[in-house]
Write a protein that binds this ligand. Structure first.
Ligand code: NAP
Length: 308
């Protein structure tokens, strides 16, 4: 590769600060060339408050899009039209129709598009995928319960249409599920608990089925205080695999397996550099399809108003 890839971070909020900026700073394949945000600023690089003026007047740089999903489609299409390689945070867009349009536009323009799923790069996930590939799975259960006040303080967009509610973290579990258990997954039933002052669910329970009629379940809840749970439990007859802490910990038949340190965002940027260099894209939308199907098939139940 001829020198580092200039990259602009767009949407300087929690995940940009916590993960993207440190991962870019630590990766010699990238050079932070600009930041684009209405309020957030990054020292040492040109800052733009508006995406259009960045595309028009800013440096020719790839775009790492960290804005909420409901404002992505126009930004993605503008970046692609301007010939920028593009990496987008999960969930890739607010609807299947939007992401399909984005994928088609990137293909037509010949730019790299990387729709990321950071949880797929959790250190236990690849070993889980290999374990599952050698067995007949008999059931799989996801338990993803966290405290929304701790992880999304003051983020109003998560409660608005297109904000995903508890599916914002839940889709991380579904991104692991669709990676370790490839093939069709059908939502059979879903119950979505929606606070009376919100438009998106604070909890969701899904019953699903994978190929071979394997039963799958997901229990997503944003009201868990104290210890947090991000677990996937897999059974193959008498054998049992457990992923905990979002895929950072792996247990097989009760024995902890050493999977190495957490490297999700450094790995995402390594993968983006590979894709840019090979002029390829990576755009799996299967986790988003499950969320859409759960919303189509889900039974909504009103629950207590939520106050941050
Ligand atoms: P956030 O803290 O709200 O940051 C998003 C930034 O996007 C905002 O600070 C805002 O910056 C900008 N933005 C542009 N248009 C916006 C709009 N209409 N409404 C709100 N913000 C807007 O959110 P985040 O937690 O970083 O999440 C961003 C994306 O990363 C989401 O898709 C989320 O699923 C994903 N993600 C988050 C985490 C996490 O731990 N929080 C982890 C992994 C992935 P300006 O106001 O300066 O423009």
């Amino acid at each position: 590769m001829a020198g580092p890839i200039p990259v602009a971070v767009v949407g300087v909020g929690k995940i940009a600060r916590d993960q993207h900026l440190p991962a870019i700073a630590a990766n010699p394949d990238f050079l932070l060339a600009a930041a684009v945000s209405r309020h957030g600023k990054v020292e040492g690089v040109p800052n733009f408050t508006d995406f259009e003026s960045f595309l028009r007047d800013g440096p020719m740089a790839a775009v790492s899009l960290c804005t909420p999903p409901d404002v992505r489609v126009e930004m993605c299409l503008a970046a692609i039209e301007a010939g920028r390689d593009l990496m987008i945070e999960k969930p890739p867009a607010a609807t299947l129709g939007e992401i399909e349009t984005i994928i088609a536009a990137a293909k037509a323009k010949g730019v790299t598009l990387f729709a990321t799923w950071h949880s797929r790069f959790a250190p236990g996930v690849e070993a889980a995928r290999e374990w599952i590939a050698r067995r007949e799975i008999t059931r799989l259960d996801i338990v993803w319960r966290e405290d929304v006040r701790r992880w999304h303080p003051g983020q109003d967009w998560i409660w608005q249409p297109g904000g995903f509610g508890v599916f914002d973290p839940g889709i991380n579990a579904l991104s692991i599920l669709t990676h370790i258990l490839p093939g069709p997954i059908h939502v059979q039933a879903a119950e979505l608990e929606v606070p009376s002052n919100a438009f998106t669910p604070i909890a969701a329970r899904l019953r699903m089925q994978a190929r071979g009629h394997v039963p799958l379940s997901a229990d997503f809840d944003w009201r868990q205080e104290g210890p947090q749970t991000w677990s996937i439990l897999v059974e193959a007859g008498d054998e049992r695999l457990e992923l905990h802490m979002g895929g950072a910990e792996l247990t097989i038949d009760g024995r902890r397996v050493d999977v190495g340190p957490e490297q999700e965002y450094p790995t995402i940027y390594r993968r983006f550099a590979e894709l840019v260099s090979a002029r390829k894209s990576d755009t799996d939308i299967s986790p988003l399809r499950i969320v859409a199907d759960a919303c189509l098939k889900g039974r909504q139940v009103a629950t207590d108003a939520f106050h941050d």
